[in-house]
Design a protein around this ligand. Sequence first.
Ligand SMILES: Cc1ncc(COP(=O)(O)O)c(C=O)c1O
Length: 356
Amino acid sequence: MMPQPTTPESALRLDLNEHTGGCAPEVAAALQALTATQLACYPDTAALTRAVAARFSVQPDEVLLTNGLDEGILMAAVACLGLRPHAALRQSAELGSPDARREMIVVTPVFDPYLQAAAAMQADAVIVPAGPDFQFPRQAVLDAITPQTRLIILNTPHNPTGSEIPIRAIAEVCAAAPHALVLVDEAYQDFGQTSCISALPSWPNAIVGRTFSKAYGLAGLRIGALIGAPALLAPMKRATPVFTLSTPAVTALETALQHDGYRLAYVDQVRQSRQRTYDVCARLGLRCWPSAGNFVLIDGGERYRALIDGLRARGIRVRDRSTDPSCPRCFRLTTGVLAHTNRALAALEDLCAAPQ
Ligand SMILES: Cc1ncc(COP(=O)(O)O)c(C=O)c1O
């Protein structure tokens, strides 16, 4: 049973792609039941690692649990963008020289933490513009690969556009850059169609990132995972703090994985919410893009500022993406529990009906 909005006035956070219904009630109960002694102890992640491996049908040594996928992204950057290339991918001595350029390839609109991670490693971000209608710019990404490319981050479903990258395009990128690590960021894959995890054995230079912030509703506890061959994960494992997950986070995810029906019910709500958003946008003459995530990117047209501000004034927070030149006039609406989405869409209809 998904929690519903409490009062019509209560604010709706539809700006960060969080789970709008909260975590499963069993998770909240398990956290409340933690004892003082349990909280005094460092966490043991062995059982949780096995449970996460089972969830994704991989071996425990193919899993690295991180403090949110944000930390996983940073660890991939630490492993690949430092002065020494990733040991399992090193191709030539020249690449390891201290003054060699170190490049990371990403596609617009870019998820900011990718750029932060490259900046932290003093590496260069090579930013490839998305194709028409935010399609994956396959050829442009292939053309951007150089001997200095160390890390390529491919986000599918893509935040904020919701588009998915065809698996064969990811395979091509992996094959064209055997000297680079390809991190497939699947933060929103619980809501999408096809995960790359089962393809990893045939891609020797790729890993997948997942998060438990979205479909599991655990954003406040900070848990993500990197999944891939042990040799690829090794430098990330060495760099990740040994107790990076808290005891409450471990308890929460162990419990959440035991109640997977809650996640599946939410995925169903998200699918209904997305469809409803497409329908309302079509009726209002607002352009939006089909999404495989728990959000929809909407072009607010000439009135975009009034729509974003008007929604906020009504207690509905959406993510303003209009300042990004790759998606001008756009805002992103988190499409979670249907009742929440309906409230946001009713406000949008109202604002569109107002005289301009
Ligand atoms: C594309 C993408 N990758 C990674 C993350 C990070 O997720 P986490 O909450 O696990 O750090 C997010 C969160 O919004 C995201 O949108």
